[in-house]
Design a binder for this molecule. Structure first.
Ligand code: PGA
Length: 241
């Protein structure tokens, strides 16, 4: 696991954006896995800034988001569909049909999970997958538990995740309690993984991920088994290393 500590969020974001942009510059039809959350916002705005210089095209790029809440319509300001559109997709020339996000409004969650997993597979391995990390060590919405869920599945969100995400909602009771997420094997199937973490609140989870034992109690610890992962963190997130 390569760990790169940057002095601030801006530098972290620029480096993460460079990984994304270099992947597309090297392979115009790259398959890219993408996260939501506060952490990747700087990376997305750096990517949009570069796109505006006319140096890159996303016309043939395919994207797969890690997860989506169950029960929010696409236009809900808190759906991950809306997040991605607002922060990245509406600003670049990616084709609508090349964007993949689990359908959180499906009438058949099991079927949607199977379909999503198949779509990831049919696209070939993700060339690069970006991840955040939860304070509880989750990746995507793979929450701490007794075992690793391998494939795309429905998840019951932990109370600490609901509490953390309630900052985006008017009322904590509005936060969905379930979601669809890529599984651990889906995540590990990416050729390259870049994980971003910022701030003191992530320091414990980062240290456990990098140096702790591999356990489903801290899902990110499984990333120790991936042979091409770069962790980009700021000094505060590196505080316990
Ligand atoms: P954050 O979320 O970037 O908003 O901290 C990360 C995560 O929960 O995976």
């Amino acid at each position: 696991m390569e760990v790169i500590t940057k002095s601030n969020y801006q530098e972290m974001s620029l480096l993460a954006a460079k990984y994304l942009l270099d992947t597309v510059k090297g392979k115009s039809d790259a398959v890219i896995g993408l996260p939501t959350g506060s952490t990747p916002l700087g990376m997305y705005s750096a990517v949009v800034e570069e796109y505006r210089k006319n140096t890159i095209s996303f016309q043939n790029v395919k994207t797969f988001n890690l997860d989506e809440y169950i029960g929010l319509i696409k236009t809900d300001e808190n759906s991950y569909y809306n997040f991605m559109n607002t922060n990245l997709f509406s600003h670049i020339d990616i084709k609508k049909e090349n964007i993949h996000i689990p359908d959180g409004m499906t009438g058949d969650v099991k079927k949607e999970c199977t379909n999503y997993e198949n779509k990831v597979r049919q696209a070939g391995s993700m060339d690069i997958l970006f991840l955040g990390i939860g304070k509880n060590g989750h990746i995507g919405f793979n929450e701490p538990g007794d075992f690793f869920e391998p494939y795309t599945h429905e998840v019951q969100l932990k109370q600490n995740t609901i509490n953390a995400n309630s900052r985006f909602f008017e009322n904590i009771h509005d936060v969905p309690t379930t979601a669809i997420t890529m599984g651990i094997k889906t995540i590990l199937s990416a050729k390259k993984i870049v994980l971003l973490a910022e701030g003191e609140s992530k320091a414990e989870a980062v240290a456990e991920m990098v140096n702790g034992k591999i356990t489903p109690r801290l899902p990110a610890s499984i990333l120790q088994l991936h042979d091409n992962i770069t962790v980009i963190i700021d000094k505060k997130a590196a505080g316990n290393l």
